[in-house]
Design a protein around this ligand. Structure first.
Ligand SMILES: Cc1ncc(C[n+]2csc(CCOP(=O)(O)OP(=O)(O)O)c2C)c(N)n1
Ligand code: SF4
Ligand SMILES: [Mg+2]
Length: 359
């Protein structure tokens, strides 16, 4: 069990308690590389993960290091490897479905051997693994947790579109309760996905990752800062990106922004960071966004055809609302404990009582 602190005021911050210097806020760079993921990919219009990958690569390039990416099978890989030129100068390996964290590890070992042999300068490469929720929550979880257990340097990005989209919208460990997928249909005996989703950042933190964060491609600066922190903090760091998928979620292609806004205002999506001080036994949480008012979950569910049947069943809607409220209770405690609206800086040498862990 860790004790939990709330870091400071709400909002994006380039500071980290695990780094002596803040990362550079993207707004302070005179030049932002335009060559993240470039043209030539075959992603759908309105795909969240295309935008997320583009921004992740740009943020990593801002660290001034060469980017070596291990990409797990899934939409992101399939749409970018028929024409690999869209990865630009990034070194990319096209993996097997469960292997993202293992190949990330292998790339790191090769890089360290080259440094030892004097063939590459230290600190010249950032290793990133990028995979979907199926590849991270399900089949690749063992490799991911083993990579965290080995405490190797690197960044793992999970592009979470909440199902196995590339193979026809099968449910994953990240699929929302009541969502219609091809393996959780609606009918006389079935009511969509019967399970509530797991949360990879919680799992990764519990396994010992020093830094985990949840980001969205709509919030560019926040995403870039989180990715840069993940690259600079020693050890295995994980960033999960909320990734809107119009075909899988059955939405129009131009509601990317509105869907994300409603996800945040209903508190279904919580943008946060957690830094683990493992030896000392505490974690510092930062909430990056606090909605002015909390909207009912129906307003989010109504934006997506995958929830059409769920919305006809008020009892199931209540289950989703209760799930959201339960998860938020963790943050509500932290906010109350620290006084929302005030600038609360927790001194690291005075650790208050634990206030609970996420449900
Ligand atoms: C061992 C193995 N099993 C199954 C597959 C087929 N497969 C390829 S991608 C994929 C789904 C990927 O889902 P996710 O990781 O969520 O990525 P998304 O396509 O949603 O972005 C599956 C089942 C495979 N390539 N390898
Ligand atoms: S199916 Fe979804 S995740 Fe795949 S490319 Fe299209 S929008 Fe993106
Ligand atoms: Mg997926």
């Amino acid at each position: 069990m860790f004790q939990v602190l709330f870091n400071s005021e709400i909002g994006t911050s380039p500071h980290s308690s695990l780094l002596s210097e803040p990362v550079i806020d993207p707004g302070e760079y005179g030049y932002i590389p335009t060559s993240g993921l470039t043209s030539g990919h075959q992603g759908c219009t309105g795909c969240g993960m295309v935008s997320a990958t583009n921004q992740v690569l740009r943020a990593l390039k801002l660290t001034g290091r060469y980017v070596a990416a291990s990409i797990g099978t899934g939409c992101n890989e399939v749409i970018t490897t028929q024409n690999t030129s869209c990865w630009g100068k990034v070194s990319v390996d096209h993996n097997n479905f469960p292997n993202t964290a293992s190949t990330l590890s292998g790339n790191r070992a090769a890089y360290e051997a080259l440094v030892q042999a004097g063939l590459l300068p230290p600190g010249s490469v950032v290793n990133v693994g990028i995979a979907g929720d199926g590849g991270s929550y399900d089949i690749g979880l063992q490799a991911l947790l083993a990579w965290i257990a080995r405490a190797e340097d690197g960044v793992y990005v999970c592009l979470n579109n909440e199902a196995y989209m590339n193979t026809g919208i099968q449910s994953s460990g990240a699929t929302p309760f009541g969502a219609k997928t091809s393996t959780t249909p609606y009918g006389k005996k079935a009511n969509g996905n019967p399970r509530t989703p797991q949360h990879l950042p919680d799992l990764a933190l519990a396994a010992g990752a020093p830094y985990v964060a949840v980001a969205s491609p709509v919030h560019h600066r926040d995403l870039a800062i989180k990715v840069q922190k993940a690259a600079m903090i020693p050890g295995p760091c994980l960033v999960e990106c909320y990734s809107v998928c119009p075909p899988g979620w059955n939405t129009e292609t131009d509601y990317f922004f509105e869907i994300t806004r409603l996800a945040l205002e209903t508190r279904l999506l919580i943008l946060y960071e957690a830094e683990l001080h493992r030896k000392e036994g505490y974690a510092i949480y930062t909430l990056n966004y606090l909605p002015d008012r909390f909207r009912p979950i129906e307003e989010y569910l109504e934006t997506q055809g995958r929830f059409k049947n769920l919305l006809r069943n008020p009892e199931m809607v209540k289950v989703v609302q209760r799930y959201v409220d339960r998860r938020w209770a963790f943050w509500a405690d932290l906010l109350e404990h620290n006084g929302v609206g005030e600038k609360v800086i927790v001194r690291l040498d005075s650790v208050p009582d634990a206030v609970g862990l996420p449900v």
